[in-house]
Design a protein around this ligand. Structure first.
Ligand code: PLP
Length: 419
């Protein structure tokens, strides 16, 4: 029978060995993406750097993998920074993002050698300038700009997002003050400007508008600065998704930047991008065991042994996925079914409507492209234990994160004997 294999191992074998739900990553698929980014994001005119946006999927193993391909790292919290410190990633390659980094987070990061901060607002810059002075540490500061472009899939809206919680408008008083403060500070250096215009972007025009806006900003500065264009490169979740191939996307970025720089007569020190989802999404598959099945007047449900706790995206923003019954790939898909999780929420649906074969309890379901924002957004709702994460390469599988036990759920709980 035709069975799904992942990196040379049968999915049913992985499910048997590690249990379900299970996050499975095909390591070579991640490596292919890393290579495609790396080989195509280069220019003879300026330096380039790729930061892996680790919010998409962060473990020490993953950070080591991206580091081995020459990537740097984007972190957005003390926890992500701390995890990165446990990896091979040199601290000078870590960039700290976030709209409300706490004093404690920044203090900890700077004490531990942080060199690059992407500052989001004026108050943060004020705090950074004090902190850098007290600790006598030099910091490269990039300012996150709100360029007023909101891009998703095929659409983008200019003048959107003016009230976004992220970034500052370049023209705003706050932004101008922040720049002045950095320029006057003995310890801060203005590294450049950053913007991130959305996710799952399939259309280059929004990015071109972003590049144009950012380059325009640089005309106000004598020194050559860094531009950071953020992430948002699209991936395939269902066959309706047609992302721009990475190589093509990268070449277009480089050519457009070179063209605009030449037109505006501006030099840059470095061009940065921050891909997250596009590095890991398609390499990840979640395996579930199908439990009960149920028919209602208008629906047929297949229930799985996980749900919104391991993949919140469908419940959170109606994200769509595709799937297969791994041991029935060649069985006709006669059933129209809803794949629902086991959590106590009606919205705990993984896939609303999909075609699958008839199943029996115990069959294994593979949901594709779950490698980004699945594990990283997972929760303990209903006291679900987090699934294991495994990497598979050339027929060999290895555990990257252990499945949680019930005991893990109680870690941190304090029980008082006398009440
Ligand atoms: C500042 C920034 N950079 C990069 C990313 C990564 O985006 P993606 O995973 O869509 O590539 C995000 C995602 O939210 C982000 O906010």
């Amino acid at each position: 029978m035709n069975e799904l294999t992942i990196a040379g191992v049968k999915a049913t074998e992985l499910a048997r060995e590690y249990g379900t739900p299970l996050y499975v990553y095909d390591q070579e698929k991640i490596e292919e993406k890393l290579l495609e980014f790396k080989e195509n994001f280069t220019s003879p005119r300026f330096k380039t750097k790729i930061l892996y946006a680790s919010k998409a999927f962060q473990t020490i193993e993953m950070i080591d993998l991206v580091h081995s391909f020459g990537f740097c790292l984007d972190v957005v919290s003390g926890g992500e920074f701390f995890t990165a410190l446990q990896s091979q990633m040199p601290v000078e390659n870590i960039y700290f993002h976030g709209n409300n980094k706490s004093f404690a987070e920044l203090e900890f990061a700077i004490e531990n050698g942080l060199q690059h901060v992407i500052a989001d607002n004026l108050m943060e810059v004020e705090f950074l300038s004090e902190l850098a002075k007290t600790q006598k540490r030099n910091l490269q500061v990039m300012l996150r700009l709100n360029v007023g472009i909101d891009a998703h899939t095929h659409e983008y809206i200019v003048t959107a997002h003016i009230d976004s919680k992220f970034g500052m408008s370049y023209e705003s008083v706050d932004c101008q003050k922040a720049i002045q403060l950095i320029q006057e500070s003995e310890f801060l250096e203005l590294e450049g400007f950053h913007a991130h215009i959305g996710s799952q972007i399939f259309d280059l025009t929004a990015w071109f508008a972003e590049i144009e806006k950012l380059v325009h900003v640089l005309k106000d500065f004598d020194e050559s600065l860094t531009l950071n264009l953020g992430g948002g490169f699209g991936v395939t979740y269902t066959e309706a998704d047609k992302p721009i191939p990475i190589a093509e996307n990268m070449k277009a970025f480089i050519e457009k930047t070179e063209e605009i720089l030449e037109k505006e007569n501006v030099m840059i020190r470095e061009l940065i991008i921050e891909p997250g989802r596009s590095v890991v999404a398609e390499a990840g598959i979640t395996l579930y065991t199908i439990g009960y099945q149920k028919k209602t007047p208008n629906k047929q449900y297949y229930f799985v042994d996980g749900g919104m706790t391991d993949n919140i995206r469908p419940a959170l923003y109606q994200a769509e996925y595709s799937c297969d019954v791994v041991n029935k790939l060649d069985v006709e898909k006669t059933e129209t079914v809803t794949i629902a999780g086991k959590m106590c929420e009606s919205g705990d649906i993984i896939i609303q409507q999909t075609k699958l074969p008839k199943v029996t309890t115990g069959d294994i379901l593979a949901v594709y492209s779950t490698g980004a924002y699945g594990f990283s957004m997972s929760s303990h709702y209903n006291r679900a234990t987090r699934p294991a994460v495994i990497f598979v390469k050339k027929g060999e599988s290895r555990i990257v994160v252990k499945r949680e036990s019930y005991e893990d759920l109680l870690r941190g709980e304090v029980v008082y004997e006398s009440k």
